[in-house]
Write a protein that binds this ligand. Sequence first.
Ligand code: HPA
Length: 237
Amino acid sequence: MSKEQTPTPHIRAKYGEIAKTVIMSGDPLRARLMADKYLEDAVQFNDVRAMEGYTGTYKGKRVSVMGHGMGIPSIAIYSYELFNFYDVEQIVRVGTCGSFSENVPLGTILLAQGACTDSNYASQYNLPGQFSPLADYGLLRKTSDTAESRGLDFLVGNILSSDFFYDAGGRQKDWAAFGVLGVEMESFALYMNAAAVGKKALSILTVTDNLATGESQDSDQRRKGLGNAIELALDLL
Ligand code: HPA
């Protein structure tokens, strides 16, 4: 059933051209850089809307990398099509986030154990209550073990996937009182889409902005942080 739905309006790959594991980042150029730096024999499988995707091998293991754009609607489309039509088994998002506290400094890696949201995304399922989207425990545990063995500064916990980058209401920080460590814009939908079809997902985020202090990383620091996160993702293969 899935195969007949490929290619999709957003992904021109033929069925089989995408690996069972896809590492995704918001910026499609980051996907190209990942392919150039880490993959052998990378072949581009998507360019629709410039949302580049590549499949190759890393240490002999087949993997795909792809952009997912910004925000819940965008990652929801791509992750839905990958899970449901291309039979992808696991998606690891490598991204950035803002933190809510001085105790979560710039450069910290957040492994998003769960994701809260101010989006209405879950309403489509008509569940009789509130769903708590979670990372796959196996992916989370392995990544946290690897991060620990590398001596990286990392935390495991809850995050907020917000529909608002510019928070006019000023209420985002209210989530911090409930232990929410940081804010990005995608993981809730990724985890929910995975849960809906019994597949696996994890978001590995680096703190590029501290909303408590107003500090932000420069582009060199961001590149280094994302490099650590990408290497954690690749080690899951
Ligand atoms: N808000 C939402 N998403 C983000 C942020 C932020 O401050 N920083 C990086 N991604």
